[in-house]
Write a protein that binds this ligand. Structure first.
Ligand SMILES: C[S@@+](CC[C@H](N)C(=O)[O-])C[C@H]1O[C@@H](n2cnc3c(N)ncnc32)[C@H](O)[C@@H]1O
Length: 205
């Protein structure tokens, strides 16, 4: 790990750094073997994946129930659950191989008390308890995402991790969001002056 990334990882994961390190190992070993991540991701597993995932953490209230839609290999849901043991996190993922990997991670990392996996599409997800926050990364456009999780938005807000095009995406979706009485805000999430990621927060107006 680069020294600067090392410092950020300590700051973000604190005493749970060992668990985060084990998850990084699972991603770069089984995750790559099972074809869930490209082999080139090994060198950037911390900054591009683990640290980027926790950029949403400051915007999630204590003890929230989080639904991570299209979790894939567990991003951002698993790093968030590691950094924030106060949260309950549900990983919603339709693909069998990815669900198997998520189950493996939960067992291996000892996250059984705070993380569950539900195998279904976001559109089909009907939680048993009230979801407070919907998270996602690399899932879909703003409009598709809102359509997918609309029944949850009366109570929950969306925190979507986005890239450089976040503001443009919001601009493009402005009419649609207004029609649905939703507001969107783009937030640059930093720790100690380093940018962890860009968060798109969508809430009911
Ligand atoms: C590009 S991957 C991103 C995975 C992960 N969020 C990440 O950032 O690495 C998109 C994921 O969304 C899942 N997915 C696709 N359509 C979905 C839907 N309608 N509902 C929930 N998940 C979906 C895919 O199976 C895949 O795991």
């Amino acid at each position: 790990m680069l020294e600067s990334i090392d410092k950020l990882a300590v700051e973000v994961f604190g005493e749970r750094l060992e668990v985060a390190t084990r998850y990084a190992e699972l991603l770069t070993c089984e995750g790559i073997e099972w074809g869930l991540l490209g082999p080139r991701e090994t060198d950037r597993i911390w900054d591009r994946h683990l640290l980027n995932s926790v950029c949403i953490s400051p915007y999630v209230n204590r003890d929230s129930l989080v639904a991570d839609i299209g979790s894939g290999a567990g991003l951002p849901g698993i790093p968030l659950a590691i950094a924030r043991p106060d949260l309950q996190v549900v990983l919603v993922e339709p693909m069998e191989r990815r669900v198997k990997f998520l189950d493996l991670c939960i067992r291996d990392l000892g996250l059984q008390d705070s993380v569950q996996v539900v195998r279904c599409r976001g559109e089909e997800y009907r939680p048993k308890a009230g979801v407070d926050v919907v998270t996602c990364r690399a899932l879909s456009s703003v409009e598709k995402l809102v359509g997918m999780v609309e029944p949850l938005l009366n109570r929950a807000e969306v925190l979507a991790i986005k890239g450089d095009r976040a503001s443009l995406e919001v601009e493009e979706a402005q009419d649609y969001l207004a029609k649905k009485s939703l507001t969107a805000e783009v937030i640059r999430s930093e720790v100690g002056g380093s940018l962890l990621g860009t968060v798109l927060r969508i809430t009911k107006a």
